[in-house]
Design a protein around this ligand. Structure first.
Ligand SMILES: [Mn+2]
Length: 483
C-alpha cells in the first residue's frame, strides 16, 4: 500500500474516501479525472490493485471493519463508501465534526441514502427516470417529424384571438417541422385584438395570418396548439396533432396528442421539445416563448409547475428582456390619458380605499386601467372604479388580496341587485339600470358599498361625487397636451 502519509499532501482540494463498496472505484475515477488528489482508506486488500490505473490516488489500510480512525487522517471532506448504513454511522463516530461527510452506497431498490449524510451524486434511480423522460420526449419529437416529413401543406392552427402562449408554441412547433424540411404555415381563426399581441407579432415579423377557408381544406397535416379542436363550436378542425395544456376534453382525438393540463403553458411543453432535441432557440423565438409562459402563469405565480420553471430557465437568458418589459408596460391607450387624469383629480379616499366614479363611460377598460394603476398608491389597499355604461352601472374592484378580499366586497355590496363576483384581488359588479339618471348611480354606488356607514357620511360622499359629475367632464376638464 502507499507509503506516503496522507498529511503530506497538504492540498486544499484533497478528498478522503473511506470504504470498500462498489462505488469506490467510480468515485475515485470521477475525482482524479478532475485532477483532484484522493486518499483512500480501506480494509479491502484488493482495492489498491483496482485503483492502480488512476494517478493521484494513495491507498492506505485501515482497521478491519473500520472500528477506529487511522493515524494522520486528513481534514474534511470525507466520502464514506460502505454498506450497510450501520457501518457508515460507525465510521462517522470517529470522524472530526463536520458537515462535509458524504455517503455513497451500492444501489438499493427504493431506498435513499442513510440519513445524516450528504448525497455525493444524484441517485441512479432519479438519473434513470430523467433519462427515460428525455427519451420519451425525443420519441415525441420524432413522431411529429415523421408526420410532416412528406407533408405538402402542414398547417399550425391557433384558436380565435391568438394569445402569447399560442403564438410562442406555434412558432416552436413550426421550427421543429422545418428541421425536417417541412414548410408549415401558422394561422389563427379570430382577430388579433390586444395591443400587446399586435406589438409582439410586429416584433416577430413572421407570416402569422388569419386562416382562409381554402387553407384548411388544402392542409394535409393540421396541428392545433394551445387549444383543442372542440374549442371551435362550429366546424371543429380535423386535427392530426394536438399539443395543449388546457383541461383535457373527451372529444379530443388525434394521431398525435400531447395534453398536459398540469403545465402552466403550452410554450413550456414546446421548450422541452426543442431543448431535448438539441434544436437551438434563437432570440426572437425565446422572447415569444418566454412571453407566452409568463402571461399564462402570471409571471410564474399561477398554475406553475417545476416543468414551467425549468422551461423558464432554458429561455430567459436568450430572450429580449427589454422588449418584453416594454410590452408588459404597454397597457394604457394614449387616448385614455385625459380620462385617467380626470379620475385621479376626482377621487375620494376613505381609509385604505380609493373610489372613483367616472359618470358616463364608453368602455369598461377605463375602469380596469385606472383601478390597476391606483393600487400602486401607498396606503391604498383597494380601489373601486365605477361608470355608467349604457343602461348598467359597472363597478370594478382591485385589491391587494392581503388586507382586502375585494371579490367578497363586490358580492356583499352588489350581489342582491346585480351580478357581482371575483376573487381576493379582482372583483366586478354589473347592476342593470332602468333608464335612471347618472346621479342616481352615485346613490346606488355609495349606499350599497358602504351599507354600515353612518347616513351623514354617506350623504357627504354622494354630494362630493355628484358635484364632480356636474363639473367639467373628462375631456373638457384639463387643458392637457394630447399630441
Ligand atoms: Mn396557454
Amino acid at each position: 500500500m502507499g507509503r506516503r502519509r496522507a498529511s503530506t499532501y497538504g492540498s486544499t482540494r484533497l478528498i478522503t474516501v473511506i470504504g470498500n463498496n462498489s462505488q469506490v472505484v467510480p468515485t475515485v475515477g470521477l475525482l482524479v479525472g478532475g485532477n483532484i488528489p484522493v486518499v483512500v482508506y480501506t480494509d479491502d486488500p484488493h482495492l489498491e490493485e483496482a485503483l492502480a490505473p488512476y494517478s493521484g490516488v494513495s491507498v492506505f489500510p485501515i482497521a478491519k471493519d473500520y472500528t477506529e480512525a487511522p493515524p494522520d487522517l486528513p481534514d474534511s471532506p470525507y466520502i464514506i463508501a460502505v454498506n450497510p448504513d450501520t457501518l457508515a454511522r460507525q465510521i462517522r463516530s470517529w470522524l472530526p465534526r463536520t458537515f462535509a461527510i458524504f455517503h455513497t452506497s451500492s444501489e438499493h431498490k427504493g431506498r435513499n441514502n442513510a440519513s445524516g449524510f450528504l448525497n455525493l451524486s444524484p441517485s441512479p434511480t432519479n438519473h434513470r427516470k430523467h433519462l427515460l423522460r428525455r427519451l420519451s420526449t425525443l420519441r415525441r419529437v420524432d413522431k411529429i417529424c415523421d408526420m410532416v416529413r412528406h407533408a405538402e401543406f402542414p398547417l399550425i392552427l391557433m384558436y380565435a384571438d391568438p394569445d402569447p402562449d399560442a403564438i410562442g408554441a406555434a412558432l416552436a412547433l413550426a421550427l421543429i417541422m422545418k428541421s425536417v424540411g417541412a414548410q408549415p404555415v401558422i394561422r389563427y381563426t379570430g382577430e388579433v385584438q390586444r395591443y400587446q399581441n399586435k406589438l409582439m407579432l410586429n416584433f416577430l415579423k413572421e407570416p402569422i395570418e388569419r386562416l382562409r377557408d381554402s387553407e384548411l381544406e388544402a392542409a394535409d397535416v393540421v396541428a392545433v396548439v394551445d387549444a383543442q379542436p372542440g374549442f371551435w363550436k362550429h366546424n371543429p378542425p380535423n386535427a392530426h396533432i394536438v399539443i395543449d395544456h388546457h383541461p383535457v376534453r373527451e372529444d379530443t382525438k388525434a394521431v398525435y396528442c400531447d395534453l398536459r393540463d398540469h403545465y402552466g403553458s403550452t410554450s413550456s411543453i414546446l421548450i422541452e421539445y426543442l431543448h431535448e432535441a438539441g434544436i437551438p432557440i434563437r432570440r426572437k423565438l425565446a422572447t415569444a416563448l418566454l412571453y407566452g409562459l409568463m402571461t399564462d402563469t402570471a409571471d410564474l405565480s399561477r398554475h406553475t409547475t417545476s416543468a414551467d420553471i425549468k422551461a423558464y430557465d432554458l429561455v430567459h437568458t436568450k430572450a429580449d428582456l427589454y422588449f418584453l418589459s416594454r410590452l408588459a408596460k404597454s397597457v394604457v391607450p394614449i387616448n385614455m390619458l385625459d380620462q385617467i387624469s380626470w379620475g385621479i383629480n376626482h377621487r375620494i379616499v376613505f381609509r385604505d380605499l380609493m373610489l372613483i366614479h367616472f359618470g358616463e363611460i364608453q368602455t369598461p377598460d377605463l375602469l380596469v386601467q385606472v383601478a390597476d394603476s391606483m393600487l400602486l398608491t401607498c396606503g391604498i389597499n383597494w380601489v373601486v372604479c365605477a361608470g355608467k355604461l349604457g343602461d348598467k352601472l359597472v363597478v370594478v374592484f382591485r385589491g391587494d388580496g392581503h388586507r382586502q378580499d375585494v371579490g367578497s366586497r363586490a358580492r356583499s355590496a352588489f350581489a342582491k341587485i346585480g351580478s357581482a363576483g371575483g376573487h381576493r384581488t379582482m372583483g366586478r359588479a354589473e347592476i342593470p339600470l332602468g333608464g335612471e339618471h347618472v346621479d342616481t348611480t352615485v346613490d346606488l354606488l355609495i349606499n350599497n358599498l358602504f351599507k354600515r356607514m353612518a347616513q351623514k357620511q354617506r350623504e357627504k360622499f354622494i354630494r362630493i361625487l355628484r358635484n364632480y359629475l356636474h363639473g367639467p367632464g373628462p375631456t373638457e376638464a384639463l387643458p392637457l397636451i394630447t399630441r
